[in-house]
Design a protein around this ligand. Structure first.
Ligand SMILES: *Cc1c(COP(=O)(O)O)cnc(C)c1O
Length: 414
């Protein structure tokens, strides 16, 4: 019955035509776009073109001829358009971890009298590790304070140099109110660093309007740019203005120099977002990001958000109809407005269930200690595959198929 409802919803879906732009493998219902987005034809073509026509044929001249040298800035601006950033503030470069290091150094420099980086206990580990690494380097000049997510607003005080949050929690899928947190941070004189790993490409983001100071995010999740494709960093223009006096981050790479090709022995940072560049970009991957973000220009983030929430609601409804919610309880917010683009469930056998699902063509993922995550990528997921996936899940649970020994041993990457 839910399959009929699903077909109806698919027929009315304004994003239905996007699915054919992606190479979803046959017999695969892919609900892991929150970890690694699906390959699109545009990205495949662009990578081929970069390999054959640019690197292959034009070799070194491509830095000028194909504009490789400015690609981090051009792609950065396209990502900026998806996160509410006016041009000149976003750069496509490095990984989230490295970009966070730069942002953390910048806030400590801009706030010489404050030492505390305030974050949430269950923030994504790399975000917390980067602060711990800085603490190992700088001692009391950089301290990490962690509080539960629901105590964050009240924990911001006049010792806080910056609040470091991920907009959407990677385990629970809970979405924070970035505008409200930023207002509160600013009232206490603290700056705001936001990790958009689970936001960019999944929902509207308004970094300029919300007054966010620094943001980072990756391109291999909802932006579908491929494994390890470069991440991005956003620096609000009011902080970029400080670059005229001094660099804001200590990774003095040659490509962040004001004039890299002067090859001067002395560093002088560029006074634009380019100062946040360090070394040579992975051009093949960066070209993939360029093509991947172009796909979004044919729609808008609100349409994507609406479908994302509808897919999530429909998944929950199908689970409810199959009486699966008693078996696996949902740890994501009940109110859909408080959710990102994923729904998570808890079950002692979550790992084995996830493996059994994958064996039956439903790709989800597992996060320790016992969460099953279902990610919704509105550009290629359909309501029909939601109904099919929940039917398969119901079958696994009823037959206890997940208890088979082959599903019990863990792989390195979960
Ligand atoms: C995926 C993810 C990362 C990944 O960081 P990289 O350095 O790009 O590997 C960081 N933070 C969050 C919140 C994530 O979800």
């Amino acid at each position: 019955m839910n399959l009929d409802v699903a077909r109806n919803l698919d027929a009315k879906d304004p994003l239905a035509s996007f699915r054919e732009r992606f190479d979803v493998p046959a017999n695969t219902r892919y609900f892991d776009g929150n970890s690694l987005g699906v390959l699109s034809h545009a990205v495949r073509d662009r990578v081929n073109q970069t390999l054959n026509n640019e690197w292959g044929a034009d070799l070194i001249t491509s830095w000028n001829k194909h504009g490789w040298i400015d690609l981090p800035l051009r792609v950065g601006d396209k990502i900026g358009a998806l996160i509410g950033a006016a041009p000149g503030q976003t750069l496509c470069v490095d990984s989230i971890s490295v970009n966070l290091f730069k942002a953390l150094c910048a806030v400590l420099q801009l706030q010489p009298d404050r030492q505390e980086i305030l974050s949430t206990e269950d923030n994504f580990p790399t975000d917390l590790y980067m602060v711990q690494g800085l603490n190992a380097l700088l001692g009391s000049r950089c301290r990490l304070r962690l509080v539960p997510e629901n105590e964050l607003v009240d924990a911001i005080n006049t010792d806080t140099a910056a609040v470091l949050v991920t907009e959407v929690n990677f385990r629970t899928g809970r979405k924070l109110d970035i505008a409200a947190l930023t207002t509160q941070a600013h009232q206490q004189g603290a700056l705001m660093i936001v990790d958009l790993a689970h936001s960019a490409g999944a929902m509207p983001v308004q970094v300029d309007q919300d007054g966010v100071d620094f943001a980072v995010g990756c391109t291999y999740k909802y932006l579908n740019a491929g494994p390890g494709a470069p991440a991005f960093i956003y620096v609000a223009s009011r902080w970029l203005a400080h670059l005229q006096q001094q660099p804001l981050q200590p990774l003095y790479g040659w490509l962040g120099h004001a004039d890299p090709f002067a090859f001067s022995p002395t560093y002088q940072g560029a006074d634009t977002i380019r100062q946040f560049m360090v070394g040579t970009s992975p051009i093949v991957s960066l070209a993939a990001v360029d093509a991947a973000v172009d796909i979004f220009s044919a729609t808008n983030m609100q349409v994507i958000r609406d479908k994302s929430l509808a897919l999530g609601d429909f998944w929950l409804q199908c689970m409810d109809d199959a009486q699966l919610l008693q078996e696996m309880s949902c740890i994501s917010p009940q109110q859909k407005e408080e959710r990102g683009s994923q729904i998570s469930f808890t079950h002692p056998e979550a790992y084995a269930i996830c493996q059994a699902l994958i064996d039956r063509g439903v790709v989800a993922d597992f996060r320790a200690p016992q969460y099953l995550r279902i990610g919704f990528a509105p550009l290629y997921n359909t309501f029909t595959e939601v109904a099919e996936a929940v039917n398969i899940l119901a079958d696994i649970i009823t037959t206890q198929a997940h208890l088979a020994p082959q599903y019990q041993t863990r792989n390195t990457v979960t």
